[in-house]
Design a protein around this ligand. Structure first.
Ligand SMILES: [Zn+2]
Length: 261
């Protein structure tokens, strides 16, 4: 047991191939304080009741609006996956996910919680951003490193104890190491996906200020909303502030890609 917790600690410190591809704007204390004040005044969102037809229609329209500009941006970046398959989930949790090779899952709950189509577009563009910036493959790489570190540590610990580790220990070590690398995207990758979302929306001519509303209400609803988006996507004033800095930079550069990290 002791050996396991040691590996967990050692692994979590070492397993990280998970930075952003681009240089992202810095956040000042002032940026975050302003977002905190705004979030305190905001009203948490309540899910609306929407028909199956409306869910499908809204998601389809949002995908159509962002797809072409997003594909052009993705090819310009030239680091990630630029063909995406969208899947609608009936889940009423406000969540979405990017997995595998270009897979994007959009929950029904996104449409139920969003105040307008621009907010839905932002979620779609955010998940595209994870693929375009190759976050999944980078995550897979860090998972592989995690497996190797797990196995290596048991080997070393076994050698120190004067015994060769048995196969079961090796296997569980590999699983443990792999799990550490697999927890989620890094905070930097989440910030980058938001940046890419803002850039895609800007180029698509979608109102960035309307899209931003979802980040504010989500931050206000933290802990009170039925949403696993808050688990998988660090929410809160910091995310709102990151969005604002991204939008300011994008408007100033007229929608250019930021420099590589
Ligand atoms: Zn994300």
């Amino acid at each position: 047991m002791q050996r396991r917790s040691f590996m967990a600690l050692a692994g979590s410190g070492l397993v990280c191939g998970c930075g952003a591809v681009h240089r992202l704007p810095e956040l000042s204390g002032g940026n975050i304080a302003a977002a905190q004040a705004e979030v305190r005044m905001a009203v948490p969102p309540l899910p609306r009741s929407v028909s199956d037809d409306e869910v499908v229609r809204t998601l389809r329209t949002s995908i159509q609006l962002v797809r072409a500009p997003a594909a052009r941006l993705c090819h310009e970046m030239d680091v990630g996956v630029c063909e995406w398959n969208f899947r609608l989930s009936r889940s009423r949790e406000m969540n979405a996910g990017a997995t595998g090779y270009g897979q994007i899952t959009l929950n029904r709950g996104i449409v139920e919680y969003a105040a307008n189509e621009e907010e839905v577009c932002m979620v779609v563009a955010h998940e595209i951003g994870h693929h375009a910036a190759n976050h999944i493959a980078r995550g897979t790489r860090s998972r592989m490193i995690g497996v190797l570190i797990g196995v290596t540590l048991v080997g070393v610990a076994g050698a120190l104890a004067g015994a060769s580790p048995d196969a079961d220990v090796m296997r569980s070590a590999a699983q443990l190491g792999g799990h550490i690398g697999d927890l989620s995207f890094s905070k930097e990758q989440e910030r980058e996906a938001d940046y890419m979302a803002a850039l895609i929306l800007y180029r698509a001519g979608i109102d960035l200020d309307k899209a931003r509303g979802l980040l504010v209400t989500m931050a206000a609803g933290s802990g009170r909303m039925a949403t696993s988006f808050l688990d998988t996507h660090p929410a809160g004033p910091e995310r709102v502030a990151g969005w604002d800095r991204a939008v300011a930079e994008i408007r100033a550069s007229n929608g250019r890609l930021p420099r590589r990290a």
